[in-house]
Structure formats: structure tokens, C-alpha cells
Design a protein around this ligand. Structure first.
Ligand code: GDG
Length: 485
């Protein structure tokens, strides 16, 4: 399938994200692009195909100018990043300044002027790419914390387009956000959008409060009056900031979990693990926000207390490699590996190993089989925008059994209210709730799982993108009427 390429400036729908949804496969004779199947692609690919869309982002290779190309019916427009920009804009400002600051300073954010300058530069480059690709009156949807200046930059270059922004990670309280030396620029950048989406209502409220406190703008309900900015070259407008909780492709995951090969693989996984009576699972990027250390501490203590029996219980912990050049990520990996080694060293016997730890990633089918195999999923994030893993587990339980232990600091706790909710900082409480999930009456498990599944079938990732885009469209239609609030 090779649809007609939109000419430059011909895209009615433009997605902008740090990364293009593809990876370069260099294993064959000629390098090929393969789509990396993530939630965002699932949600947006159909909209892109219906609307002559374009996706703007970095292709994942440094210092290389790559011409736009088409994959799976999507028109992809690469933005070039130099090796130095990857260090300053991506690893530096995005992942060592904004990421920890927006996740409640679990580790201290670093503020460096050279990183900020690179962030500004790269955001300008993205905005220029949008200005070139977007057709007159197009819809532009910008994603995530790496690109917070893009909305206002696009508004200045292309006042005709409709601009949405979605923040995939939390937005911190103003008391923390105020530390950022460039807080006013970031808020002004975001306020360039017509619609600013967040995972939780609390994130949207934090943003509105920061805008009022630090920029002195006025707001009513979800709407913020943004004054004209002669320096930036933008007119006055109204921006709406509210929650649009992201979700998963529930029916696709459910269907995959029902495939005979997946069911067989799930049984095989349990067998290969030595047929434990109880299989606990953790799936995370190796990131200090995910609370992997807290989870291991609780698990280790439960073994020591004799409340979990290593002969009967196995924990599978997958921690996929992430941001490995950043110090704090090397640190969390060492901490996790030390803890896994200690617990296994203490409680293993020949043929018995309480923790199976994997520091690599798996194909989607294997993930689905693992979700299907696990009796209990442990999500103990210290702060997490949403946490799709929790939703994927629920979607992959067609038999309506299994229990989900879920941190109240993950956005998913707003929708998955029937999970066993925990505060991962409270190790005694976490231990008690793990025991509760493990011992839960199957009828109660079923009642809870059924209710969570029902909600996820209604509130899937397609519903998420549709509700965001239709609100953006409604705001656009309403523009003249709401130029003042
Ligand atoms: C950010 C926010 C928000 C993981 N290991 C493998 C694998 N994964 C997949 C999971 C899931 C995704 O990666 C991780 O998504 P999460 O939502 O759990 O977390 P972040 O990566 O931190 O994502 C988060 C999200 O954006 C969306 O808005 O929910 O709060 O931090 O889909 O399944 N996939 C495969 N192999 C692996 O080994 N195939």
C-alpha cells in the first residue's frame, strides 16, 4: 500500500513528536525502516491515513539528513539532530532537567544554560518543519515534554493552523515547577496551543495554576486567556487545558491474548519457570520513576518474613534498557541489579530462584504471553503520567482473573479504581497490599477485573485520540466567539 504522498505544505493533519514511529533495521543488505508499534502509532495511524497526514520527528540516527519517506501508509518527515544536540537537548534538557522536575524531583534536576539553548534551537527546527508541512488550516498535534516551545513557535509562523499539545508525563505543582530558570518561556510555549492535554485533571490544574501564578494570565474553568505577544508575533487567543487520559488498543490486545499460540506460550513460560504456584510480574523501562527498588524491597521482605514462600512464588521483572548514557539511569540499574542479586543470593536453592530479572526488551507477542501468564502485576511507580503497562495487563486478561497492584501515583489509578491501590513509599503498606492481592478470593478478582476491563473497552486509545481531536475541532469552530473569556 503506497498512498499518494502529500506535497510539501499539503498535510491536513500533522503529528509532531521527538521520535518518528520507526526504527532503522540494518540487519539486511539494504537498511529498511520498520514501524515501532507503540500506542501512539495505533491511535494516530488511521487518522493519518484518512487525512493525508504527516509525522514529523527524529529518525533515531544522529547527524544524518534523511529525506521524507512513506512507511505503512504514513508520510514521515525526519528532523535532523546532531550528536551534540542529542547530548544537550535530548539527554540533557529533556531527560536530566525536565524529566526529573516533572516527576516530583525523585532525583535532582540539573539546570544548564547550554542544554536550554540547545532545547530552544531544536524546538525551532521542529516548528519550522511543521510550518513547511502543514496545509492551510491544518490540524497540528504536538507531543510531549521535549517539544514544549513548539506550540507558540508554530502559532507565530502559521496563525492559520489549529494547534493541539499533549503532555504524556505529569505536570508538577507550581512550587516545584517554579525552580525552572526558564519557566516563563516553557509556559508561554505551551500556551501557544489551542488545546493542551494532560493525563490527569491534577496535571491540568497544576499547569493552569502555574500559568496564573508565573505569567499573571487569567483563566476561567479550563480556559486561559493568552494575551497578544508582539515580540513573538502572536495574537491574543484562548487556550484550553484539561485531562485526556491516554489508553491502550484494548480489543487488539484482548484478541491477541486469546490466540492459541499465546495461550500455549503463557503455559510454557510458567513451565519454564518451574511451575510456580504464583507468578508475579513487573514490566518497566529501567527508570527511577518506576519504583522498581521499592517493589524489590517489599518482595524481599515478604520472603524474609515467611509471608511469601520462594518454593511457590516467582517474580519476573522485565526492565527494558533506557537512557543508558545518563548517570541517574546507570545508578538505578546498579541499585536494581544489586537488590536482585542479594535477594536471589539469599533465597535461591538449586532449582529455585525467586526473581527472574531481564534487562532487555521483548516482542509484543511475548509481552502478551507474559501478561496472560502472570497472576499478579506489580506497578509501583513513584510518579507516572499514565502507565500503559497496567492497562495492557487488564486488556490481556480475557478470563477475567488476576490481580493488579497499582500505585496511586500513576495516572492509571484514576481509571483503574478497582485495582489494589498502593503508596509505594510505604513499604509495610505495599507488603500488606501485595499479600492481599495474592490471597484475593477468585470471585473478588473477577469482579474487579471485569469492571476494569469494561471501562478499558469503552475508554481505549482510539477513544482517546478521537476525544482530543474532536475537542480541538470544536474549539477551532468556536474561535471567534471565544477570543475573550
Ligand atoms: C510515557 C509515560 C505514559 C516495555 N517493555 C517492553 C515493551 N514495553 C512497552 C509497554 C508499554 C510501554 O513500553 C511503556 O509505557 P508506559 O506507559 O508504561 O511508560 P513510559 O515508557 O514511561 O511512557 C507514561 C506513556 O508515556 C503514554 O502516554 O503512560 O506515564 O511515562 O506499552 O508494553 N514493549 C515491548 N517489549 C518490551 O520489552 N514490545
Amino acid at each position: 500500500q503506497n498512498p499518494v504522498r502529500p506535497p510539501s505544505g499539503g498535510a491536513d493533519f500533522v503529528v509532531v513528536a521527538n521520535r518518528l514511529p520507526v526504527d532503522r533495521d540494518t540487519s539486511g543488505d539494504t537498511p529498511q525502516w520498520t514501524t515501532s508499534p507503540g500506542g501512539l502509532v495505533t491511535a494516530l495511524a488511521p487518522v493519518m491515513r484518512e487525512n493525508s497526514g504527516a509525522w514529523i520527528g527524529w529518525a533515531g540516527v544522529p547527524d544524518e539528513e534523511i529525506a521524507p519517506f512513506d512507511v505503512d501508509g504514513m508520510h514521515l518527515v525526519p528532523v535532523t539532530l546532531s550528536a551534540q544536540e542529542i547530548i544537550n537537548y535530548y539527554e540533557g534538557f529533556s531527560n536530566a532537567t525536565l524529566w526529573p522536575l516533572y516527576h516530583d524531583v525523585i532525583v535532582p534536576p540539573e539546570f544548564h544554560r547550554a542544554w536550554w539553548e540547545s532545547y530552544v534551537h531544536v524546538n525551532r527546527r521542529f516548528a519550522q518543519a511543521v510550518a513547511l508541512e502543514a496545509a492551510a488550516g491544518a490540524t497540528v498535534w504536538i507531543h510531549d515534554y521535549q517539544l514544549q516551545l513548539v506550540p507558540a513557535l508554530v502559532r507565530a509562523l502559521r496563525p492559520d493552523v489549529s494547534i493541539g499539545f499533549f503532555n504524556h508525563i505529569p505536570f508538577p505543582s507550581v512550587e516545584l515547577f517554579a525552580q525552572l530558570p526558564w519557566r516563563a518561556q516553557i509556559l508561554t510555549g505551551l500556551l501557544g496551543a489551542d488545546l493542551i492535554g494532560f493525563q490527569r485533571p491534577a496535571d491540568a490544574a497544576n499547569f493552569r495554576r502555574a500559568a496564573r501564578a508565573l505569567l499573571s494570565v487569567t483563566s476561567r474553568g479550563n480556559r486561559i486567556s493568552v494575551p497578544a505577544d508582539s515580540e513573538a508575533g502572536t495574537e491574543a487567543h484562548v487556550a484550553e487545558a484539561r485531562a485526556f487520559p491516554i489508553s491502550v488498543d484494548t480489543s487488539a490486545l484482548d484478541a491477541q491474548a486469546r490466540e492459541p499460540e499465546i495461550i500455549a506460550r503463557a503455559a510454557e513460560i510458567r513451565e519454564e519457570l518451574g511451575d510456580p504456584e504464583l507468578l508475579l510480574l513487573g514490566v518497566d523501562r529501567m527508570d527511577y520513576t518506576k519504583g522498581i527498588r521499592h517493589r524489590l524491597k517489599a518482595f524481599g521482605e515478604l520472603l524474609a518474613d515467611g509471608l511469601l514462600d520462594p518454593e511457590k512464588v516467582t517474580l519476573v521483572q522485565i526492565a527494558t534498557p533506557s537512557r543508558e548514557r545518563i548517570d541517574q539511569y546507570q545508578q538505578i540499574r546498579s541499585d536494581v541489579e544489586l537488590s536482585v542479586g542479594r535477594i536471589n543470593g539469599e533465597f535461591s536453592e538449586v532449582g529455585i530462584q525467586p526473581i527472574h530479572y531481564f534487562h532487555h526488551s521483548y516482542p509484543r507477542e511475548e509481552m502478551t504471553a507474559l501478561y496472560r501468564a502472570a497472576d499478579v502485576l506489580l506497578v509501583t511507580a513513584l510518579r507516572d503520567g499514565m502507565n500503559l503497562v497496567a492497562k495492557e495487563y487488564v486488556a490481556c486478561r480475557p478470563q477475567e482473573d488476576g490481580a493488579l497492584v497499582l500505585s496511586e501515583f500513576a495516572g492509571a489509578a484514576d481509571q483503574l479504581t478497582q485495582a489494589v491501590l498502593v503508596n509505594p513509599h510505604n513499604i509495610d503498606g505495599l507488603k500488606a497490599e501485595i499479600v492481599r492481592a495474592v490471597a484475593m478470593d477468585p470471585r473478588e478478582q473477577r469482579r474487579r477485573m471485569r469492571s476494569m476491563r469494561r471501562r478499558l473497552f469503552r475508554e481505549d486509545v482510539q477513544a482517546w485520540s478521537q476525544s482530543f481531536l474532536s475537542e480541538l475541532e470544536a474549539l477551532d469552530a468556536d474561535k471567534d466567539r471565544t477570543s475573550a473569556i
